[in-house]
Design a protein around this ligand. Structure first.
Ligand code: FE2
Ligand code: FE2
Length: 411
């Protein structure tokens, strides 16, 4: 299975995961065969990526940072908070909503605790919200919550504090719904002023959220050298975990192009953060972000600097930024006769050039040969356009474990 940009999906491809509406209804179940009209409709509805089945990638299981159940509950909690927070004259959130947020955060913590491997930066989390501004807000909230919480788990933050941090990370920008700037539309998400930090803090505090959660809203734009806002406090006065929320917030903003509309590649965003390491951000935290998190999750379709297109098939424990890529398309868009793997850790002249599957392979053998069928193929290493050695692909049976369980029964 691969994670394909929606617009690059081809008619005839099968969904690898079900697609849900904002009302939690199944729009299309796993196995649904895409048509041109459906692809266009999903794109218009704001689904940037789709999980699609691809022959020859059965052994590749894109890992989600959290379960679909948890994603839907978190999504509901955010939607509920957004509705109440933006209601005119409302001073605080209802007890039921706070409780729901707590339970959703507890689910998130449980999910992330059960993962042994580092969390993938969840650039593929989408929220089914059809309004662009609300969707952008909710996706940002989810991304920051998942990454910050995972980091806090690794740092050993105990029980209830962890849940408080998860809630605070999820609602760190909730103040935007209380300020004039925040209500003017999605573009305001990249505009920075202190008003939303203070408004968010007051809302969370007055609603009965733990103080750590409220501090996430208040301090997430503060920086180590005191150049942040709203107060310009620096260094040790920013809670260790809230510093993480600030870093992940900045990263997610860069990766999704929320400032100038130009989305950066994850490693480009890391470079930008590195430029501020030691001044704006704690140096060790930026280094940890780079070393521990997988910037290119397994299943992501990527284009190499050679123009070849493939899918991230494996991550290296000691170098997650240079994964193994299974190439299925030449630079000119034609299919390779048999997919081969390139280990970017070994071939340092290769790098991921973009996250696009622009010229996706047609799975039909009629369109260029043997498709991606590579099971048990003994393939001689051969040279690629870049001069790197191709490695034979062996598809194992492990993917069946994934399909053996239907995650969507609960709907
Ligand atoms: Fe913010
Ligand atoms: Fe933010």
């Amino acid at each position: 299975m691969i994670i394909m940009p929606t617009l690059h999906c081809k008619p005839g491809m099968k969904l690898g995961r079900s697609v849900y509406s904002e009302q939690r209804q199944v729009l299309a179940r796993r196995g649904f065969v895409l048509s041109e009209g459906i692809i266009r409709r999903f794109h218009e509805m704001g689904f940037p990526f789709l999980h699609v089945e691809e022959e020859g990638t059965e052994d590749i299981t894109p890992e989600q940072a959290i379960r679909d159940e948890t994603l839907i509950v978190l999504h509901s909690a955010i939607a509920l908070v957004m509705e109440e927070a933006s209601a005119p004259g409302r001073e605080s959130l209802s007890f039921e909503t706070v409780r729901f947020c707590h339970d959703a955060a507890a689910m998130l913590v449980n999910d992330l605790r059960s993962r042994k491997d580092p969390v993938c930066l969840p650039i593929h989390l989408t929220t089914m919200m059809q309004d662009g501004g609300r969707r952008q807000f909710a996706e940002h909230a989810l991304n920051v919550a998942v990454c910050s919480t995972r980091t806090a788990i690794e740092a050993g933050l105990p029980g209830e504090e962890l849940i408080a941090l998860a809630m605070g990370a999820m609602l760190h920008d909730i103040g935007r719904l209380r300020t004039r700037e925040g209500q003017e539309g999605p573009a305001a998400l990249g505009e920075d002023d202190g008003a939303h930090a203070e408004a968010g803090y007051l809302l969370l505090r007055d609603s009965g959220f733990p103080l750590l959660a409220a501090h996430c809203a208040l301090f997430h734009h503060e920086r180590m050298d005191g150049s942040g806002y709203p107060f310009g406090v620096g260094g040790a006065r920013i809670h260790e975990m809230v510093q993480w929320v600030g870093i992940v917030d900045a990263f997610d903003t860069l990766v999704h192009g929320r400032i100038d509309g130009r989305p950066m590649l994850p490693h480009e965003a890391i470079e930008v953060l590195y430029a501020g390491a030691g001044t704006l951000y704690d140096f060790d935290k930026i280094k940890r972000l780079r070393d521990r998190f997988a910037l290119f999750p397994v299943g992501t379709v990527v284009r190499l600097n050679t123009g070849e297109i493939g899918v991230v098939s494996r991550l290296h424990e000691d170098n997650k930024q240079r994964p193994v890529v299974r190439v299925f398309s030449h630079a000119d868009g034609s299919r390779v006769a048999k997919p081969f793997e390139l280990d970017l850790k070994r071939h340092l002249h290769l790098m991921i050039g973009s996250l696009d599957g622009g010229k996706a392979p047609d799975p039909s053998p009629a369109c260029g040969g043997a498709g991606l069928k590579t099971a048990n193929v003994e393939q001689q290493p051969e040279k690629t356009a870049a001069g790197a050695r191709r490695e034979p692909v062996t598809v194992g049976p492990q993917w069946r474990r994934y399909w053996g369980k239907d995650w969507f029964q609960f709907v």
